[in-house]
Design a protein around this ligand. Structure first.
Ligand SMILES: Nc1ncnc2c1ncn2[C@@H]1O[C@H](COP(=O)(O)OP(=O)(O)OP(=O)(O)O)[C@@H](O)[C@H]1O
Length: 511
């Protein structure tokens, strides 16, 4: 489905044309009419399927066509994200999509001086992308007023709870105007998100553009069983043997990250890191160098698991499995984006069998195992065969053009998402998502008001109508479920907080 048939205004269509987006993805087809119609939304779709544009495009349109200009220190739309790097990326997306609209955007997160953010907010902004901690600090200083707030987006909300932001969020929600549009987006739908949705959303639509908690079909997944002490050598061995190029590696702790980076550098591999102990400017630089392919291996904690869009990243390695099963889906979702092929390899030792079981249960499949000669596990990793429902279809490996098994383990059920799809692609996305051009460089961090207003071809709310997206699977769409649910308040807040506090991890971006 083309964007024109979604009743987007000319300014947005021109921006989409210039970055090479031709057709809307399934989540965009579903979400855009509903958001334009003013509905609250609980939206789930696999990693890398264009959720950012699914909320940014209709919100930019509504902001361009409705409401008063932002007064000093006021914001009209707030997008909350869990990490600083994701905040930058989402802000850049708003800048790109809104290039031809007379709207101001800004980004605010911790770890960098507050003063420039205070200055930018003084004039008032239409869209503020922020992490929760810095947002509240700015609000306490009187730099942000919410009286004009029209829309709130929570992107990866469960991660904000995992990071210990539950109380900050409660505080924030208590000062936001009740009359607003609220959108919740994620690639996974843990109970925390559903509870938050029942607390925050008014008569929402639930849109699922793929079966919940599924991984992209284009990502080939496997496990190498080994002993903990062999992991660094196994990593280096596989890297050389398989001729790995760019690789994003996830390690459980910050110390572990630095240890692996040191080891790789000692072996002459160009490697850098991202984690919560690093200064923000060093984090930004590391990501930039990795994206530009100036560094081959980026080693990170889960601070890099959510949302980051690294063009054509071929491989993600879980050096350690994540402690929260959902993070497995987000981590490996850094590859195989927008219909591209990708590979995800997990190095698993006996200690991690429960984590492996939890991941397999979540994704509904047993991960194929391999063992590499010379790195076999002395401490056998127990079988997890019963953990997950057996997949219904034949071997994924063959279907995907073949993996490169080092040494075949006992055949395991393939990893796949059983969402019905049309033949020949990733939910039709391969066909629907043409290779995009690089977005233009957008200059300074904060968007200046400028450009000519898009010549509106339609008023916000004209497209769709309440529930207009119901049942429209769309050409090439995966299974699309659209339901209307009523918010059931009360216990949700306490339950969400309890769930958040049950999880490890410090506050903010400190992972
Ligand atoms: N309609 C489209 N056509 C072509 N490319 C698109 C389209 N929509 C989004 N993309 C591109 O697809 C990639 C993934 O988009 P995005 O980062 O919004 O995914 P996401 O669903 O939010 O992923 P995650 O769950 O990991 O945050 C980006 O590079 C984006 O530019």
């Amino acid at each position: 489905m083309s964007f024109t048939s979604l009743d987007l205004i000319d300014g947005l269509l021109r921006a989409l044309e210039s970055i090479g987006y031709k057709n809307a993805t399934p989540i965009q087809k579903q979400a855009i009419p509903a958001v334009l119609a003013g509905r609250d939304l609980l939206a789930a779709a696999q990693t890398g399927t264009g959720k950012t544009a699914a909320f940014a495009l209709p919100l930019l349109q509504r902001l361009a066509l409705e409401g008063e200009q932002a007064a000093p220190n006021h914001i009209r739309c707030l997008v909350l994200v869990p990490t600083r790097e994701l905040a930058d990326q989402v802000f850049q997306s708003f800048q790109t999509y809104g290039f031809h609209l007379p709207l101001r955007s800004a980004v605010a997160y911790g770890g960098v001086p507050m003063e420039p953010q205070l200055v930018k907010l003084r004039k008032g902004v239409d869209v503020l992308v922020a992490t929760p901690g810095r947002l509240l600090d700015l609000h306490r200083k009187g730099a942000i007023e919410f009286a004009q707030l029209q829309a709130l987006v929570l992107d990866e909300a469960d991660r904000m709870l995992d990071l210990g932001f539950a109380e900050d969020l409660d505080l924030l929600f208590s000062v936001l105007p009740a009359q607003r549009q609220t959108l919740l987006f994620s690639a996974t739908m843990p109970e925390q998100i559903r509870q938050m949705a029942s607390q925050l959303l008014r008569d929402p639509l639930t849109v699922q553009a793929s079966a919940p908690n599924t991984t992209a079909r284009t990502v080939r997944q496997s496990v190498f069983t080994t002993d903990k002490r062999h992991k660094p050598e196994l990593f280096l061995h596989l890297m050389r043997k398989e001729g790995w190029g760019q690789v994003l590696v996830f390690v459980k702790t910050r110390k572990g990250v630095e240890h692996l980076v040191g080891l790789l550098q000692d072996e002459g591999v160009s490697a850098d890191s991202i984690h919560g102990d690093k200064a923000q400017h060093a984090r930004i630089k590391a990501l930039k160098r990795f994206k530009a392919n100036d560094v081959q291996v980026l080693v990170a904690t889960d601070v890099a698991a959510r949302g980051l869009d690294i063009e054509a990243l071929p491989l993600v390695v879980n050096f350690d499995l994540p402690t929260v099963a959902e993070d497995y889906i987000h981590r490996i979702g850094r590859t195989g984006r927008a219909g591209a092929e990708g590979e995800a390899i997990s190095l698993v030792c006996a200690d991690e069998v429960d984590l492996l079981r939890a991941v397999e249960k979540l994704i509904g499949s047993v991960l194929p195992r391999q063992e590499e000669a010379g790195f076999e596990a002395d401490h056998r990793v127990p079988s997890t065969g019963a953990a997950a429902a057996p997949a219904a279809r034949p071997a994924a490996k063959a279907a995907r053009g073949g993996a490169k098994p080092a040494k075949a383990a006992k055949p395991a059920a393939p990893v796949r998402d059983d969402t019905p799809r049309p033949a020949g692609g990733f939910g039709g996305l391969k066909e629907e998502m043409p290779p995009k051009e690089k977005p233009r460089s957008r200059g300074p961090m904060y968007g200046a008001r400028g450009g000519s207003p898009g010549a509106g071809t339609g008023a916000a709310g004209r497209a769709g109508g309440r529930g207009s997206s119901a049942g429209a699977g769309g050409a090439g769409g995966g299974k699309v479920v659209v339901t209307a649910t009523r918010g059931a308040k009360s216990t949700a807040r306490a339950a969400g907080r309890a769930a958040a506090h049950a999880k490890p991890g410090g506050r903010g971006n400190k992972r």
